[in-house]
Design a protein around this ligand. Sequence first.
Ligand code: HEM
Length: 377
Amino acid sequence: MGEVIPAPWGGYIVTSFSLCDRILRDKTWNVPDRQWRTSQADAVRWSSPASQQMAASLPMLNPPRHARERRSLGALFPHKSLAGLRPFVERAVNRLLDRFTDALHQGPADFNTLVSEELPVIAIGEWMGIPSADYGLLRDLTHDQVFAQELFPTPSQLALSDAATMQLRRYFAELIRARREKPGIDPVSAWLKTWDDLEPDRHRADKAVHGLALFMILAALETTAHVLSSAVRLLLEHPEQMEYLRQHPHLIPDAVEEALRYDAPIHMISRIAPADTELAGTLVPAGQMVQLMVGAAHHAPDQYPEPHRFDVRRRASHLAFGAGIHYCAGNALARLEATALLTALLSRPIRLRFSTPPRFAPRVAFRRITSLQLALA
Ligand code: HEM
């Protein structure tokens, strides 16, 4: 239909790789922040607690506030701390795969529930020092909260999202209180220390860290779970490439990148036009929202030869983690988890097959595999 298409519901859809890339890297294109949301006519959609929570979180802040908050995170996963996490992640992967293999001996088992949905919460939970008893709760709340970030949430989905937001707020308020009382060597305690230097008002410092910690959980779970299941699904659909990776395990990181390109966990990223702007012959007026369809851009034929071919040898860059000032702060952790999982899975003597086709949630922005039923081949 073209590179820039007026959306029937307002705003514009951008499908080309080069325009998505250009807009993401252009600092003058804003994210839909609180000010933009409150100026919209559709008050229910943009003023709900869940939407307001997102508006207060890092990816929805514009310069100069964004730079201050992003800097306050410090280097999230510098080489040394990632190397420290790796053995933990590898042990968790092996535990999960043992459990999955045991289940397979009884019949078909859901890789998505038993492995992909577990690993991200275990990894981020360990990193943030969250008790493992709370992992299930945080995972469920994240699934509900994410509806508010979809293109067309129904009123009942928005209500679920609002309820989850309120519960997440309470959970993280308690976490901040506990870390104030007993600081540890975890990132939340470190952010509190940073914010005490940045912000003389302690209540405001706590509020900033509350927003950062809460968003970190929202950002880390469904996205990473999707790439884990999606990579396994794509390799099972391409057994010759699975075998090639078994023979060449050093190429597993390339396979992870190709899975991120082929089926990006986030298909759509929003930006607001800073001024009347002509994009590929279409005039986008100032203040209008554009939806950057990253999932489509990843299949643009002028960017990727034979874009619908999954090819672990492709080694192409992609926008799965965004680009520019909001580039994903947790990409290194997600990549570590996916690489560790595929490495362990392919080194095991088991051979798998689909027992039923994978199922996907009916969504546009956030991809989610809801079931990946596998059996022993
Ligand atoms: C495969 C997994 C992941 C994908 C595909 C993903 C994707 C993205 C994308 C597309 C953005 C940019 C949004 C925008 O430009 O508006 C982003 C931002 C962000 N992500 Fe991720 N993410 C993943 C995992 C994670 C993890 C594991 C963490 C935390 C440990 C994380 C933390 C963040 C943060 C803090 C931001 C905001 C950065 C900013 O606005 O400056 N993400 N992510």
